[in-house]
Design a protein around this ligand. Sequence first.
Ligand SMILES: [Zn+2]
Length: 509
Amino acid sequence: MEILSSLLPGSNAAPKLDQLPPEMLEFTLLKTTGALAPRLGRLAFPKRKNMLTPGFIGNTSRGVVPHISQDNFSKTLDINGVYVALEDYMEKLPQKTPPVLQQDGPEPLRNFIALPEETLLVLGPRRNPPIPSPLHSTNKEVGVLTSVGFKALSSDYYAAAARKLQPDIVVGLADIPFGKETIGIKRKDKMSDRTEAWTRDILAKKAQLDKDEPSWAIFAPILPIDRDLQSWYLEHLVDDMADNISGVAIYDAYLLDDLSEELHHLPRLSFHAPISPQEILRQVGLGMDIFTIPFVTDATDAGIALNFTFPAPPKDTTTSSRQDLGLDMWSDSHATSLTPLSEGCKCYACTKHHRAYIQHLLAAKEMLGWALIQIHNHAILSGFFAGIRASIEADTFDADFAAFERYYESALPEKTGQGPRVRGYQFRSEEHAKPEKKNQKVFTKYDEEKIAELRLAAAHGQQPGKKPEMRDVIDDEALVGLMGLNELDVDGARQVESLSLMDDAEKKE
Ligand SMILES: [Zn+2]
């Protein structure tokens, strides 16, 4: 049985961490003013940095925070945890065992993604937000999107993968028909029944662990449907399973009202993706603890540098207009600006570079541009959450939230420029079927007219300068060289061939 402490303010009966068995997750409520109110907490897991809540964890894609290399993750981001989705690794299962499951040694998933030792690792079945799957759930499986298309993930398989991968926290498998506008009553009954069975499956798997085997904490999903429609599941969760779960995963923050009192002491991880900082504040106001925030990477991909603080600065009374939540770095207006992305920001991007440089990087499609904006955007978010915690501590959260809403626009700026190359998982399934290209070609062939023009220029000794005959010779030699390589390096060629095939397949997805 796990020891969980739910402490009211003033009490300090928390067991010392070093007295707990190694797998113990401890969540301490440092301040709470009642149900449906903001609260302060601390999440502790042996060997990992403590996380103060409300807070956020990095939302990864195939194990990395997009645009951030592993060394920059520790050097430049102030993040104490990451969320990783199993669907990113399933590949050609069951025909082929994915590489991550072939890893030996302790903590295979952490090693595979080169995650620092002190960072909390949370594993869930699906990305946040997930791409709706055309495969319907059955009593045993849910539809997921892998790197090679939609597949079914069974509850048994998920539990076995959790055991093998040894994350710190496993989010239980839930039957949620993502992307459906309306869900019938019968379907909701099934959601409740299946989620109940699957939560039992993962608990049973944990109970089977050998004594010396590393254990993990389980966060039980709470379905995004009314309480009475999932009552079968929730009753069993409270009556039979509550002692063995360490947290809850919330898919609809506005149903927090329905959460049984017996589960109030548990940390709440939000899978209700907020679309703006105001929506984060709204969820915090309802008592949410931990977030994964997909809009950060969306903003970065769009070339938008976030620019907001909590509490908001004092409002300028001479103007009635609200401030933007971010800067569109594609805008020419930054082309000669030597100021940092945000005045006063202490992040790597703001202390080393200016807006003009970052604008230039985007225009040149240099991936460093997105990396710098991503570093900055995470710094803005870290500061935002630190501000939220200070505000709850000072009992000024409601007033600060109201002032924030008055000061800032309610939505992030619209995307204007082109983002980095988009991937299959960035589309809803119906978009995959559309014939148009998802990524425009960066380099294209010159048309006949342009070639003739260049030839003429070359013949007159102008740029590009080289005599055309000589250039043809060089090109031919280069070609012969390549062909020779092809004949010699058959495996290499095959590899190139299969790579291009994969790329083609990706385009068709
Ligand atoms: Zn910055």
